[in-house]
Design a protein around this ligand. Sequence first.
Ligand code: SAH
Length: 218
Amino acid sequence: MRETNLNREDMVDRQIRSRGISDAAVLAAMLKVPRDLFVPIESRHHAYEDRPLPIGFGQTISQPYVVALMCEALKIEARSRVLDIGTGSGYAAAVMAEMGAKVIGVERKSELEEFAKTNLIRAGYPTVEIHRGDGTLGYPQAAPFDAIMVAAGSPALPSTLKNQLMIGGRLVIPIGPSRHHQHLLRITRQSETDFSSETLGDVTFVPLIGEEGWNDTS
Ligand code: SAH
C-alpha cells in the first residue's frame, strides 16, 4: 500500500508534472487512482511505469502522461458530464470520476467492458456507467456532453461525436492516416455550427474500429 503510494507520487512528479501538466485536479486524481488495479495481475509491478501496458485482446491501457494530457485538455470539472470512448481497463474513466465528473463509457469488446466494470468497482468508482457498443456513434441517449475522450485512433473526425458536444464542450481524439500513429486533437464546439481545432502533439493509440472509424480486419 505504502509502496504503491510512493510509486504514484513518483509517477506524478517525474512523468506528469515535470512535463508541464499543471491542472491541480488532474494531478490530485492521478495521485489517488490505483493504476495497479487496472492492469492484468501479471503486470502489476509495471503499473507505474512511463508507458502503455497490454490489457489483453490486442489493447492497451494508455501511458499515464497521455491520460493526464487528455484530462487537462478536456478541462474536466466536478459534475462535468463526460463520455469516455474506448474504456479499455477503465483507468482513464476512473481518473475523470475521481475529478468529480459523471462518466459514461463505451467499449467495443465485451471482455474489456467486463474488465473495466470489475476494475472500477474494486477501485471504488461504482458510479461510472459502462456500455458495450460502437463508440464512433457516441452515446446519443445521454448527449450532450461537456467533454468526450476518445482513447483510440481514428482516420477522420467522426461527425456524430462532435455533434454530441454541448456548446463550449471539448472533444479530445487521436486522428491520423495510419492505424498506429496519430495527432492528438482538441475540438471545441464554439456554437451550434462552429468548431475550432488545436493539435496537442503526436501520439500512438490502438485503432478506433467502427462505423465512423477503421474497418475491422481481425
Ligand atoms: N481508456 C483506456 C484505453 C484503452 S485502449 C484505458 O484507460 O485503459 C482503447 C480501447 O478502445 C480498447 O479497449 C478498444 O477495444 C476500444 N475501442 C476501439 N474501437 C472502439 C469503438 N468504436 N468503440 C468503443 N471502443 C472502441
